[in-house]
Design a protein around this ligand. Structure first.
Ligand code: DOR
Length: 444
């Protein structure tokens, strides 16, 4: 089998940065040679020029909108943008149309992934108030997790029946990931906003409507339920300082209750609504700079275990509607890694920590088989980055189907040069090789 030697790279892996040559053969990493590798028969060289080689990032929260909402995004576009952004595996959400609420619909989604995803994929099984028997049939070796919306968002998949919730937390045989925002609190806040502003609610009210209180109520309830039943619970997109005490600091290993932060909650604050408006309207909402700074600290303390995107595109026409109709969510997979590397340049976190939270930790948390590390015998999902090759996000260099990004005009110091998925180079010279197909993730 022909191989490729990634020569003269700085590998970032396992909390270390070290010079090495890396031999990839077929779909696997054959050698990580710290002492250098000399000449290798039947292998071509790829000169890394001393740049940094990272494990491909694993994004545990994306919305690629297929089937049914493909005017916003689809698997082909979303996975290509992920490849360009250094994300080599993703876990995709069930709020499509139809929603992924039966095993048959889940299997159909996997068929879509196999047909058009250029990076590796997994799809969550969706939980509703009335599909528990289907949920419990989910195979934990081939499906990443169960997704429950404990707060309504795009697609209205709210699980609000207390009996269903008890049963879910008691009987779940695999990790539950949740969207936590208390519906009653949001409704009351919304009613007050309508009384005050009528139809013209300013966007900057979003963090007061989708309030910190709504987040805390819901996530604290879920954590209490998980403790009561011993459930493995992963709370998605933590957006407030107040919720952070619900999670233990320290290493991920051994934790049953874990937390994720998203790039937008680590980057933006409510001051950005004035300039970005609906482009940074997410659920949960981007909140205060104190919240953002607390989440940044929590990443370093280990209260936040994983950094992901919640990539959730909508069209600009949809985003142009008035507050109540304007959908929440935005595209992120193409810029998540470089945004985190920008924060590294700003001293928010180390390079090793970026790799821990975006590559290693999602692999360990979900027990992804043979991925997430630059390790001999593992699948060759790799990203070569130049930490100092500034570039600017423009409409022209976006790969999203929706054609916009909240980062337009942003200059990033780091750049993704190449991405490999299962040993195949899928991204080079600013172009995605759309003939590459990713694999279905497996879980040990
Ligand atoms: O802002 C969001 N948009 N948050 C979610 O949880 C769902 C997502 C979407 O699907 O649009």
């Amino acid at each position: 089998m022909k191989g490729v030697v990634l020569r003269d790279v700085h590998v970032v892996d396992g909390g270390r940065v070290f010079p090495a040559d890396v031999l990839v053969r077929g779909d696997r990493i054959e050698r990580v040679a710290e002492e250098g590798i000399g000449s290798v028969s039947n292998a071509e060289d790829h000169d890394g020029k001393g740049r940094h080689l990272l494990p491909g990032a694993i994004d545990d929260q994306v919305h690629f909108r297929e089937p049914g909402l493909t005017h916003k995004e689809d698997i082909a576009h979303g996975s290509a943008a992920a490849a360009a952004g250094g994300i080599t595996s993703y876990m995709e959400m069930p709020n499509t149309d139809p929603q992924t609420l039966t095993q048959e619909l889940l299997a159909a989604k996997y068929a879509l992934g196999a047909a058009s995803s250029v990076v590796n994929y997994s799809f969550y099984m969706g939980v509703a108030n009335d599909n528990m028997d289907e949920v419990l049939k989910t195979d934990p070796r081939t499906v990443c997790g169960l997704k429950a919306f404990l707060g309504s968002s795009t697609g209205n998949m709210l699980v609000d029946d207390p009996v269903t919730l008890e049963r879910l937390f008691h009987e779940a045989h695999m990790r539950i990931v949740i969207h936590a925002e208390d519906e009653g609190t949001i409704r009351a806040n919304m009613q007050r906003a309508v009384e005050r502003w009528g139809e013209d609610i300013p966007l900057a009210e979003h963090p007061r409507i989708r309030s910190a209180e709504a987040c805390f109520r819901s996530s604290s309830n879920a954590v209490a339920l998980a403790k009561e039943h011993g459930t493995r619970l992963h709370v998605l997109h933590i957006s407030t300082a107040r919720e952070l005490d619900l999670f233990d600091p320290g290493p991920l290993d051994g934790k049953r209750i874990t937390a994720e932060a998203c790039v937008h909650h680590l980057w933006f604050t409510e001051k950005d609504y004035a300039k970005k408006g609906a482009l940074i309207k997410w659920n949960p909402a981007v909140k205060s700079s104190e919240d953002r700074d607390a989440i940044r600290r929590a990443v370093n303390e280990g209260r936040i275990d994983v950094i992901a995107t919640d990539h959730a595109p909508h069209t600009l026409e949809e985003k142009a509607q008035k507050y109540a109709k304007c959908p929440s969510g935005g595209p992120l997979v193409q810029h998540a890694l470089v945004a985190m590397l920008e924060m590294m340049h700003d001293g928010v976190l180390t390079l090793e920590m970026v790799v821990e939270k975006m590559c290693h930790a999602p692999a360990r948390l979900f027990a992804v088989k043979e991925r997430g590390y630059v390790r001999e015998g593992f699948k060759a999902d790799l990203v070569l980055v130049d930490l100092d090759a500034p570039w600017t996000v423009t409409k022209e260099n976006l790969l999203y189907k929706c054609g916009w990004s909240p980062f337009e005009g942003q200059r990033f110091r780091a750049r993704v040069l190449n991405t490999w998925v299962n040993g195949r180079m899928v991204y080079a010279d600013g172009k995605v090789d759309r003939s590459v197909r990713g694999e279905r993730l497996l879980f040990t």
